[in-house]
Design a protein around this ligand. Structure first.
Ligand code: ZN
Length: 242
């Protein structure tokens, strides 16, 4: 079986469509899993949620999803994120709010745990270092953990300690006799210096994860963000991948 792992779509339809087109090129993909923050920041919440709703077989909630439905207050964010969250909240219809409201914080499926931030703190914790990964091992019931939230493609291989790796585009990771925390990077707002949409594909037959990057029309998204009146820095950062 082949699984596409998508995180932090952030209402960026152009990036999401580029990822789906890339998946088409790869051939058969059996399931798409979503690690949260499908909305927030970007200009296309309806279109992105429609795709997530219809295409993703597993999905967890992210902090932006919870702010968008009013489960968390916008005051938890900086000014730009809060403005985008308020805008997103006004856009969502009843069905979309209902979908986001029903999302679990953690899902366990086979060898994998899915959480937006971390198994210890699924909404807020950023796993950026081996130390944070190590501290989360006690909270992880499965061998592998899939997380997003940082918008950085990264994984941690845990034996005695957890070692951090920032995989190149196209790099593959064979899941061997270790425990792993794996972050596919962000689809809709990458922050690792590479502005291309990031995601990953897991092949259970070979126990391999491949980290993929896809170019998309960033200027088109920026134009829609400007029209929607979304904050300038959120618009600009897409071009930097920061
Ligand atoms: Zn995010």
């Amino acid at each position: 079986m082949r699984y596409a792992i998508l995180s932090d779509i952030h209402s960026n339809l152009t990036a999401l469509e580029a990822v789906l087109a890339d998946l088409e090129k790869l051939g058969r993909v059996d399931e798409i899993w979503c690690l949260g923050d499908s909305v927030g920041y970007g200009p296309d919440p309806h279109e992105c949620l429609e795709i997530v709703l219809s295409r993703c077989s597993l999905c967890v909630a992210g902090n932006h999803d919870l702010v968008a439905i009013g489960k968390l207050d916008t005051s938890v964010f900086n000014q730009d994120a809060a403005r985008a969250a308020s805008w997103t909240r006004c856009q969502l219809n009843k069905e979309e709010t209902g979908f986001l409201t029903g999302l679990p914080l953690i899902v366990e499926k086979g060898d994998f745990t899915l959480a937006h931030g971390s198994p210890r703190s699924p909404i807020w914790e950023y796993i950026t270092s081996g130390k944070e990964a190590e501290e989360n091992l006690a909270h992880l019931k499965t061998s592998f953990c899939l997380t997003g939230h940082t918008h950085v493609a990264q994984y941690f291989q845990c034996r005695e300690s957890c070692n951090s790796v920032r995989p190149e585009a196209g790099a593959s990771l064979k899941l061997e006799d270790s425990r792993y925390f794996i972050n596919p990077g962000g689809v809709g707002q990458p922050r690792d210096g590479d502005p291309r949409a990031a995601y990953a594909v897991y092949d259970s037959d070979t126990a391999t994860i491949v980290f993929r990057r896809v170019s998309y029309d960033i200027a088109a998204v920026q134009t829609r963000m400007q029209k929607a009146g979304l904050p300038l820095w959120l618009t600009e950062r897409l071009a930097y991948g920061r």
